[in-house]
Ligand binder design. Structure first.
Ligand code: FES
Length: 103
């Protein structure tokens, strides 16, 4: 976790490591993984609708805690959720994360 800005009321910023692409970036607790990656010029995660409906941004969280918002069961099934899959556009970090992008 990176604590910069906490004294100003900002949310904590966490490290997001992309295990299969040897890259990493940071994500604020109140931002989603995809938007923060795009804002920092990281193009490792596929961009689609940005609204939880297409599934292009599906990644697997290998370690760390997160909050997953609403998303279509057509693109992310309950079984996938149990196995750690998330939609990056609907996921906010609650700790440092290790993610994997599977083709
Ligand atoms: S970009 Fe479409 S579900 Fe995330």
């Amino acid at each position: 976790m990176i604590l910069t800005g906490l004294g100003c009321g900002m949310k904590p910023r966490y490290r997001v490591m992309v295990s299969d692409q040897q890259t990493e970036y940071t994500c604020r607790q109140d931002e989603n993984l995809l938007s923060e990656a795009l804002n920092q010029g990281i193009r490792a995660i596929k961009r689609g609708c940005l609204g939880g409906g297409c599934g292009f941004c599906k990644v697997r969280v290998e370690s760390g805690r997160y909050e997953l918002g609403k998303c279509s069961v057509k693109v992310l099934t309950p079984e996938e959720k149990e196995r750690g899959y998330v939609l990056a556009c609907r996921t906010k970090p609650l700790s440092d994360l290790m993610i994997r992008i599977e083709k």
